[in-house]
Design a protein around this ligand. Structure first.
Ligand SMILES: C[S@@+](CC[C@H](N)C(=O)[O-])C[C@H]1O[C@@H](n2cnc3c(N)ncnc32)[C@H](O)[C@@H]1O
Length: 304
């Protein structure tokens, strides 16, 4: 590919120029941003040091040659390597909060984020009672730590444990914990599902495990091949890790506790596997499918 030369001198023109270049390149979206226009706007805000929700017509900034050079280098990589943009920038946003990311963590995009910001209403019995907030929260398969950290920000008195099988993912989570100055109540543990989780009583367990069937790996766009395979794929039906989570969750929940489990498009396979269970699939504020909520009592049926 020839060097990509950008010519625009105003912010709106630059966004249009980048959007066109992206749209002509047959890329896949959905890694933090849904469209070419969203990616173009983010590239510009990142490079010019603007807030992500800036108004391009109000920005009133002139675009310099060094801005254009910086953006064209990133744009060229995005197009040639088909790498999710947020890996190139080293950061992304979820539910209004910025998270550090690299290729050791899945790009944060879980719909569970909106349920956290709705304070698990109406599922958590204490949702409307200030004195009944969740005290201990576990984020299983935490990746960048985004979900556990959002929960910590939403419930300022809660203690949160983030756990993942990948030590490199935990390093990223620790950077995010430090970025939000949450070291006093958010911690990490390296664990294969439950293996190293301290026995305890968690009010909320958040679980966004890998859930894509292994055979789909070759069918997904190149952008997904840049994400850690063990963050996406989990056995023939996609449910290896989810089944282990279900098998023991009742041992770790308080009597009023909740398990929030995301299995995405593998929801049908989960229903078929546990044919006697009526799963409560949520309709979430910002869309997203395959998230269910189970009470501690309901989790007992999966105990092995
Ligand atoms: C779908 S990603 C979710 C990351 C994060 N919760 C998010 O929403 O962005 C799944 C995570 O599970 C971790 N994982 C995979 N297998 C695991 C296992 N057996 N035990 C614990 N974590 C595991 C991966 O390393 C990855 O970080």
């Amino acid at each position: 590919m020839h060097a990509l030369i950008l010519k625009s001198t105003t912010v709106p023109d630059l966004i249009n120029e980048i959007t066109t270049a992206l749209e002509q390149s047959d890329l896949s979206y959905g890694h933090g941003m849904e469209t070419a226009l969203d990616e173009a706007a983010y590239l510009v805000s990142f490079t010019l040091g603007l807030p992500p929700d800036f108004d391009p017509y109000m920005a009133g900034l002139s675009v310099t040659a060094s801005h254009r050079d910086a953006i064209s280098g990133l744009l060229q990589k995005r197009i040639e390597e088909r790498k999710p943009l947020v890996y190139l920038l080293g950061e992304t946003w979820l539910a209004g909060y910025k998270f550090i990311v690299n290729e050791h963590v899945l790009v944060p995009r879980s719909p569970i984020a909106s349920l956290i910001q709705e304070r698990f209403f109406p599922w958590w019995i204490g949702a409307e009672e200030a004195d009944a907030e969740p005290i201990v929260i576990l984020d299983l398969c935490s990746g960048s730590g985004c979900l556990g950290i959002l929960a910590a920000l939403e419930f300022p008195d809660a203690e949160v444990l983030l756990t993942d099988i990948d030590p490199k993912a935990l390093r990223v989570a620790e950077q995010n914990i430090a970025a939000y100055k949450l070291q006093n109540r958010v911690s990490t543990v390296l664990s294969d599902v439950w293996r190293q989780i301290p026995l305890g009583q968690y009010d909320i367990i958040l679980a966004n495990p890998p859930y894509v069937p292994q055979h789909e790996q070759s069918e997904l766009p190149t952008e997904y091949q840049h994400e850690p395979a063990h963050a996406l794929y989990s056995g023939g039906d996609g449910l290896d890790v989810a089944k282990k989570i279900l098998a023991s969750s009742s041992q770790y929940l308080t009597a009023d506790g909740l398990l929030v489990l995301e299995v995405g498009e593998s929801a049908d396979a989960l229903e078929q596997h546990f044919a006697d269970t009526e799963f409560m699939w949520l309709a979430l504020e910002n869309g997203g499918e395959g998230v269910c909520v189970l009470t501690a009592q309901e989790c007992k049926q999966f105990a092995s």
